[in-house]
Design a protein around this ligand. Structure first.
Ligand SMILES: [Zn+2]
Length: 279
């Protein structure tokens, strides 16, 4: 019923002679490219803000400090063409750059395809989810790399989500999202208290709050569940392959973000699959 009311048919598809499915393929690729450009900026944010540098100023090679040309900074492609080495000093560049660029590209493309085409969300919601995606990428990369969660970004995003929910959702759903945020935060808060801060940190509490605020019930529950399952599987694999010892901790933020996207994109299929297991 709502399919004819998508943003495309209302807005972009006024050009009736364009093949709809080819337009979709083009837009998915466009969102990937857009995401990878944002991703290359997010790399700069991760590397400079965490150590307290300004995000302004030209990008340099980490080793030889040579100012990089625009040709060295094309997301993903430059890394592949230069075979992961600096053009000037031939030192190996971190795989963080192409990884974050392609991850952000994939998340932008998936958010566009699964949410706009699949769920008929409007442009405001799309813009909101892309901003949230940028924060989620920063949070997972920083937590993965430095084992800390940049709470300023998470608080900012939570505030944005609160306003977004308040202005776009019906009152009942808005209250449901706020409740999900507080329940998620309380749940992680009690884990932090019970484990005396080993395993989880206060950063995970605010990240869970953000996820609850964006997803609401019952998606928030699935995201936390998936995060724990994924975290346990990876922890066991790392123990088996001897990469970690038993008392070492692995950052939980990336798993929460992973659970967030599973619940955001595939809530219905995952839940019906899970229910079918017990029939
Ligand atoms: Zn260099």
């Amino acid at each position: 019923m709502k399919a004819s009311q998508t943003v495309f048919e209302d807005g972009l598809c006024f050009v009736r002679w364009i093949d709809y499915s080819r337009l979709m393929v083009f837009l998915v690729i466009l969102f990937f490219v857009l995401g990878s450009i944002f991703g290359s900026f997010l790399n700069v944010v991760v590397d400079r803000l965490i150590v307290g540098q300004s995000i302004l100023g030209r990008s340099q090679c980490d080793y030889c400090r040579k100012v990089l040309s625009p040709w060295d900074l094309v997301p993903v492609l430059s890394f592949l063409i230069l075979r992961g080495k600096c053009r000037y000093c031939r030192r190996k560049l971190s795989w963080q750059y192409p990884a974050v660029e392609s991850l952000t590209g994939l998340l932008f493309a998936a958010t566009f395809y699964l949410q706009v085409v699949g769920e008929n969300i409007g442009l405001t919601t799309l813009a909101f989810l892309l901003v949230i995606t940028c924060v989620m990428v920063i949070v997972s990369v920083v937590d993965f790399k430095y084992s800390l969660i940049p709470t300023t970004f998470v608080f900012g995003a939570s505030l944005l989500a609160l306003f977004y929910d308040f202005f776009t959702l019906p009152s009942g759903v808005f209250i449901d999202h706020v409740a999900a945020a507080f329940v998620a935060a309380t749940f992680f808060g009690s884990i932090v208290v019970l484990t005396r801060g080993r395993g989880m940190g206060s950063g995970d509490i605010v990240l869970a709050f953000l996820i609850g605020m964006v997803l609401g019930f019952p998606k928030m529950v699935l995201s936390v569940f998936v995060a724990f399952v994924a975290g346990s599987v990876i922890a066991i694999l790392l123990l088996i392959f001897g990469r970690k010892r038993f008392k070492q901790t692995i950052p939980f933020g990336p798993f929460l973000v992973f659970g967030f996207y599973i619940a955001l994109y595939w809530y219905k299929p995952v839940v019906s699959w899970y229910v079918s297991l017990f029939r």
